[in-house]
Design a protein around this ligand. Structure first.
Ligand code: DGL
Length: 260
């Protein structure tokens, strides 16, 4: 029946944006989400530290019986996915900034990308950009401070608006028509970004693509849950602030503190 859960982790609450896409596409799949908020942000840490934390999170989910792992974090994916796939036998799905679709669709030949330092400095990100975005001007910006504000529930704050203005201004001046959100926390900033950006700028992220990839991987490995009853969805966070994550999830979802 394949009732074991899909294991999902992020450095914090941002990966819930990916959980929502997965749950919408695969509503009968059981899920187990781990927010390593105690160690957030990952984006400012060394590659070695990001790999160690990603292995620890994956081991936890594997020990809980997960049948597949979704790394709902661009920073963990771009720095640690090879190490995870080398160490664990079950399928591991990652998330990378949607540079390819943006590069294919841009009319102005200028694309903005907002991501963490860890993602923008990773070898995997550079490989993807070299492969798909030659001839396109890429304006990269580190979203310094954004993850911390989201983790503490300050999405609508003046500080957030000021930072978003600061980071997107050079992109607008370079005439971008696509903004790639290269961090799973950032989809929660879309309402603010729409207000700040010119109308012709499209905002894209990789959430839907990851959900489709997860579904295809479950299918090709014969792992789809055939039990068509409402799913069990468990959310763990390792800080005492369970409230921010619960409010991002909505629908009165229960978030449990885990000493991890
Ligand atoms: N959600 C993570 C990502 O997609 C945030 C990284 C961080 O903690 O800095 O990159």
């Amino acid at each position: 029946m394949n009732t074991q859960p899909i294991g999902i982790f992020d450095s914090g609450v941002g990966g819930t944006s990916i959980w929502k896409e997965i749950h919408a596409l695969l509503p009968f799949e059981n899920t187990l989400y781990l927010a390593d908020s105690k160690n957030a942000p990952y984006g400012t840490q060394s590659e070695k530290k990001i790999i160690d934390l990603s292995i620890k999170n994956t081991q936890f989910l594997v020990d809980k019986g997960c049948k597949i792992i979704v790394v709902a974090c661009n920073t963990a994916t771009t720095n640690a996915i090879a190490a995870l796939r080398a160490q664990f036998k079950i399928p591991i799905i990652g998330i990378e900034p949607a540079i390819k679709p943006a590069a294919l669709k841009t009319q102005t030949k200028a694309v903005g990308i907002l991501a963490t330092k860890g993602t923008l400095s990773s070898a995997l990100f550079h490989q993807t950009t070299d492969l798909y975005a030659s001839g396109i001007t890429i304006i990269e910006r580190i979203g310094e401070g954004l993850v911390q504000l989201i983790e503490s529930g300050n999405i609508e704050s003046d500080e957030m608006t000021a930072l978003l203005k600061q980071y997107t201004q050079p992109m607008v001046e370079s005439n971008i028509d696509y903004l790639v959100l290269g961090c799973t926390h950032y989809p929660y900033l879309i309402p603010q970004l729409i207000k700040l950006l010119p109308k012709n700028v499209n905002i894209i992220d990789s959430g839907m693509a990851v959900a489709k990839h997860t579904k295809a991987t479950l299918e090709s490995n014969n792992l789809i849950n055939t039990q068509i009853i409402s799913s069990k969805n468990i959310f763990y966070i390792n800080t005492k602030n369970t409230q921010t994550m619960a409010s991002l999830l909505g629908e009165h979802r229960k978030v449990d503190y885990l000493d991890f």
